[in-house]
Design a protein around this ligand. Structure first.
Ligand SMILES: [Zn+2]
Length: 266
């Protein structure tokens, strides 16, 4: 069974979820991590995880969702959510330096505060670094966030970036860009097998006119198949290794992920 370590399935219409999770299960994706992007969405992720045995939750405020300083109230709210046993990561957090993004120093303060929170709860950090690879890695190094484990989500950097991420103590999370980016395929061919995890980052893609073309957790095996082809190994080997790596990454919370997987396999 596969684990989709990063999605935003809380953003789908509730009526979509039973079908989405059924399609995931049919594709051998037994566990889906639903990552929050705000305090409210983190709460929703936990509700989904409580209602669906194959779903577990991440909590965090996404850098693009910061509407001001991450407030003490929000931080306290997130901290409280981390006590829930179905929370397996602090996610989605990070830095996003695309034009028109929130103030960079403010993003960095929010990320640091959420890394401190992850440390209090001994949770791995699954992070976003868009147009900010060097700055994100410097902050992760300065805060020793790698001690907590976690992953660089939706990784699209160079081999050098990947090796730095790994050196810091994190996994490399590969998603569908692997299907179409030759540079990323070259990087993926060279990564240590023990550092690869898989995800879809699935969210409702209203910009795609055909509903059946939206990315869903069921697409994890597509990424795995491409990886198997690139690395010249069998799909089953990728499946086993990526799942084992994910369980290792979730550390103390891996028991919850494992039981979600078992329920997804049933
Ligand atoms: Zn995401």
């Amino acid at each position: 069974m596969f684990i989709d370590i990063h999605t935003h399935i809380d953003q789908y219409e509730p009526a979509e979820l039973p079908g989405l999770l059924e399609r995931a299960r049919a594709a051998s994706v037994g566990c889906v991590v639903s990552a929050g992007t705000t305090l409210a969405s983190s709460r929703k992720c936990i509700e989904l995880a409580r209602a669906n045995s194959s779903v577990v939750a991440g909590v965090g405020v996404h850098p693009q969702d910061l509407t001001g300083e991450l407030s003490t109230e929000d931080l306290n709210g997130l901290d409280e959510l981390c006590h829930d046993r179905r929370v397996v990561a602090v996610s989605e957090v990070g830095l996003d330096f695309q034009p028109a993004s929130p103030d960079r120093a403010m993003q960095a303060r929010a990320l640091r505060a959420q890394i401190d929170m992850a440390r209090r709860h001994r949770l791995p950090v699954i992070f976003h670094m868009r147009e900010s690879i060097q700055e994100t890695l410097a902050l992760l190094r300065a805060t020793r966030a790698g001690d907590l484990g976690g992953a660089a989500h939706y990784f699209q950097g160079s081999l050098r970036d990947a090796l730095e991420v790994i050196d810091l103590g994190f996994m490399i999370s590969l998603a569908k860009p692997l299907l179409r980016l030759p540079e990323l395929q070259e990087v993926a061919a060279r990564l240590p097998a023990s550092k690869i995890v898989l995800e879809t980052d699935a969210y409702p893609q209203y910009f795609k006119s055909k509903r059946e073309r939206w990315t869903e957790p069921k697409d994890v095996p597509l990424v795995a198949s491409m990886l198997a082809e690139i690395r010249g190994v069998g799909l089953e080997e990728i499946e086993n290794v990526a799942t084992a790596n994910s369980l290792l990454m979730f550390g103390e919370r891996s028991a919850v992920v494992r039981s979600a997987l078992e329920s997804g396999a049933a």
